[in-house]
Design a protein around this ligand. Sequence first.
Ligand code: ZN
Length: 430
Amino acid sequence: MSISNCIRSLLNIKDPNIIFSDNCVSQETVKGKTTHICKAILSVNTPPHCVHCGCINENHSIYKNGTKTVSIKLPNASNISTILRLKKPRFCCKKCNKGTIAETTCVKPNHSISTNTFHAAILESKSKRSVKDIAKSLNISHTTVNNWLKSINEDFVVSRLSLPEHLAFDEFRSVKSVKGKMSFIYMDADSGNVLDIVQNRQLGHLKSYFNTYPKEVRDKVKTITIDMYEPYIQLIKSCFHNAEIITDRFHIVQHLNRALNSTRVSVMNDTPDSKTKLKNYWKLILKDNLKLDSNDCHHYRCYKHLMSESMIVDDLLRVDKTFEETYWVHQRLTQAIRNKNMTSLLEILNDPPKNISIQMKKAIKTLKKYETSVSNAIKYPHSNGRIEGTNNLIKVIKRIAFGYRSFENFRTRVLLICNTMVRLEMKSTH
Ligand SMILES: [Zn+2]
């Protein structure tokens, strides 16, 4: 391999017309940074016709007229910023007297940053790093990276050709620029992979969004896991005719926990003597009763004697009769969900115990209202994995996207990381 070829493959330059000669690499300080300067010549033949007037080149009607040297930013080589200083030939047409400069594939016309750098930035955007970090590592400004993200947003789309059989809908606190606080996210319930995020989670907006999927694609969806947000149910009924609705297990437990917590707070206000105890050990109240430690005794601030976890809970339950009843109903319900015990769940929903708090009665009433989808939470395995998956992903991306004003760029980033985007051309061939 000649030196020229060696350098070209080192710098990953695909254009064979870029020729390096001996001693072409030197070091200079550019903007205070040590930089590799690689000098090269673009060696191309005289164009067969003039790009301006279209006349064919014969008898040297198009002639070479000097060169123009341009600096092209390449991705760092061995972690040192690298610039290709390329001498491009200039051609002139005798007929129209206009000049042209030869172009190379390694950079877009009128750009000073190589296409390799562009590809590197997009590849880097697939990892969970901030735009600022990516820009810094590639020696370009973060505005450039954001503009590139915007440009791929126009070229790439979410495929409308298929949907997973099991979907999950959720919402998240969106970026600052969005009018409504919450944005919509939907994902593959099995893998937890995000399929797309939608700025506006209002019913009308989501309906027209999902109608961009062909009916036969939507009809293949078998289950959709949601929280107890009413518009989602209407959305599913109008867009996904064959899908069963599952109320997310995590949300059911959360719903019940909230009811128990507010019961505890109202008991706290009624019994000043036990207020501190009830306030300090709220975690034990929510814990699965079977998992409470009854052997190990420790010192607790509110107790004079050594206490075990189950002793504390027993003591707290003695404070109020209704509170105790409510506690046990909460335990039975959460255990039924955890152990997938349909009979036990329906038993309580259909005939809730009388002596429980108003808050818990209300919570059970809500679950009863969504009985089918709540029992689907026991019938189907879907839900758990996705919660961790999405929450973490959104959190991480929001953290790295800190300062993002644009929802579109935020979305592009989420979809790049999730590999959900396909090229526009690919879509149009189908
Ligand atoms: Zn011409």
